[in-house]
Design a protein around this ligand. Structure first.
Ligand code: UD1
Ligand code: MG
Length: 453
């Protein structure tokens, strides 16, 4: 981390019309986190102060920003009059001063902290402006970087560019560093004399040079970092790039995935080494999986903790608050919510466990349901260590099954069962010898013979 202080202004005032969505563009999520959240995380990783510029009526954006970065300064750009105008909306933060000022876009979520740091390096070396450049396959729509040797001379927006300038392949990725000592003076000189009639941040390059300062380009190491989101298709594309990155990091860390492209991760998924993840597994936010666990195909996990050596799935669903301790087995069509399953316990088939504790080595038979909700309140089920719950039992909470107790299959348990006891709560079986044969005979006699054709 640099010893120089930094303020990053994140522009988030875009209207996002092309998303065709009632949700503000920067709140659309990839890998379980809003676009603006990814940018804020990268900025925070560099140790920079944060200012965010939002549009009018963007309370939801402000709330998301301050939830993630409580000391972020949020400014409203009431009218959308260009990128320089947007940066100046954060004037109060700029006036507080910083050695380096960075400008980032909230709709460009894949930017890495290392790239933000690289952009600051030329400022420390005396340049007044540092611009992130890249070479897109199709430069249409981007500002072109006009260079002379190592110097950046100007950024020409597509609409204002001459034919020669349009032929330049090196483009403005949008990210910029400006020396804090000169930022406000330079930004205040920008006017709206251009094809769009907007205050272009990019004009800061020529203004800096006019004042006798240097401007330089830093090329992005990886073009995918500067992908922006304007449409749902681009949201999906950027999301796919992020998934690829997240999976790659897990593979590098010793996680086994036979078909990584089918595994969907969240930005905060924590998976230890020697975990196996079978195809088609979805991780929502807040999941951690400990060493040696196996997550079998078609499982869905969210807000869950999976202990070492546990086996989950296929077709399991772990919801928020599910905690599986060491060597727990959770099998097909089992749903677990807000419940701790202690070491070595098993629930292998067709079960719902909610608001519960399952003691160590307990066995939960197929079709067991914790009836945790009475329509108004949730209640807890507590199952002791080594207990055995027979198949297709309903445990009506609040209820306690003692250590080592048995519950007979098909029971509806409404009262506590003492340790090592047996509870059977179902209709008693009666057997009538020969009854079925007699019944068939009676019914056959009643059935009318078919009339002849
Ligand atoms: C901008 C750059 C262009 C660069 C491109 C990279 C300028 C003048 N041009 O163009 O050189 O190649 O980004 O993607 O800077 N915003 C506001 N308020 C405003 C205007 C914009 O908050 O008044 C925000 C937008 O929401 C967006 C960002 O600033 O996140 C960039 O604005 P956009 O209109 O997309 O600029 P481009 O025309 O793409
Ligand atoms: Mg743009």
């Amino acid at each position: 981390m640099s010893a120089r202080s930094c303020l990053t202004v994140v522009l988030a005032a875009g209207e996002g019309t092309r998303m065709r969505s009632s949700r503000p563009k920067v709140l659309h999520a990839i890998a379980g986190r809003p676009l603006v959240g990814h940018v804020l995380a990268a900025v925070q990783a560099t140790g920079s102060r944060v200012a965010v510029v939002v549009g009018p009526n963007a309370d939801a954006v402000t709330a998301a920003v301050t939830a993630q970065v409580p000391d972020a300064a949020v400014f409203v750009q009431a009218e959308r009059r260009g990128t320089a105008h947007a940066v100046l909306a954060a004037r109060a933060a700029l006036e507080q001063g910083a050695d380096d000022i960075l400008v980032a876009f909230a709709d460009t979520p894949l930017i890495r902290p290392e790239t933000l740091a690289a952009l600051r390096a030329p400022l420390a070396a005396g340049a007044a402006v540092s611009v992130l450049g890249f070479r897109p396959a199709d430069p249409a729509g981007y500002g072109r970087l006009v260079t002379q040797g190592d110097d950046l001379v100007a950024i020409r927006e597509e609409k204002d560019a001459s034919a020669d300038e349009k032929a330049i392949r090196l483009c403005n990725a949008g990210l910029m560093g400006i020396s804090g000592a000169h930022a406000l003076a330079l930004l205040d000189r920008i006017d709206a004399n251009n094809a769009k009639g907007e205050f272009y941040l990019t004009d800061v390059v020529e203004l800096a040079r006019k004042a006798g300062f240097r401007a330089v380009v830093t090329e992005a190491a990886d073009d995918s970092e500067v992908l922006g989101v304007n449409t749902q298709a681009q949201l999906a594309e950027v999301g796919a790039v992020l998934q690829h990155r997240l999976r790659g990091a897990l593979l590098d860390a010793g996680v086994t995935m036979a078909a990584p492209e089918t595994v969907h991760l969240a930005f905060d998924t924590k998976i230890a080494r020697d975990v196996t993840i079978e195809p088609y597994v979805v991780f929502g936010t807040g999941v951690s999986v400990a060493e040696g666990a196996v997550i079998r195909a078609f499982s869905h996990l969210e807000g869950a903790t999976v202990g070492p050596g546990a086996i989950v799935g296929p077709y399991a669903r772990l919801r928020p608050g599910a905690v599986l301790e060491r060597d727990v087995h959770v099998g097909n069509f089992v749903e677990i919510k807000a419940a701790t399953v202690e070491a070595g316990a098993k629930a292998n088939h067709l079960t719902y466990i909610g608001d519960a504790r399952i003691g160590a080595k307990a066995n939960i038979g197929a079709g067991t349901i914790t009836c945790n909700y009475d329509g108004i309140l949730k209640h807890k089920t507590d199952i002791g260590a080594g207990a055995f719950i027979g198949s297709n039992s309903s445990l009506v909470a609040p209820v306690k099954i003692g250590d080592g107790a048995y519950v007979g299959s098909g029971s509806v348990i409404t009262a506590d069962v003492p340790a090592d006891g047996l509870a059977v709560a179902r209709g008693k079986q009666t057997v009538k010898e020969g009854w079925a044969a007699r019944w068939r005979a009676v019914m056959a006699a009643k059935k009318k013979p078919r009339s002849a054709p």
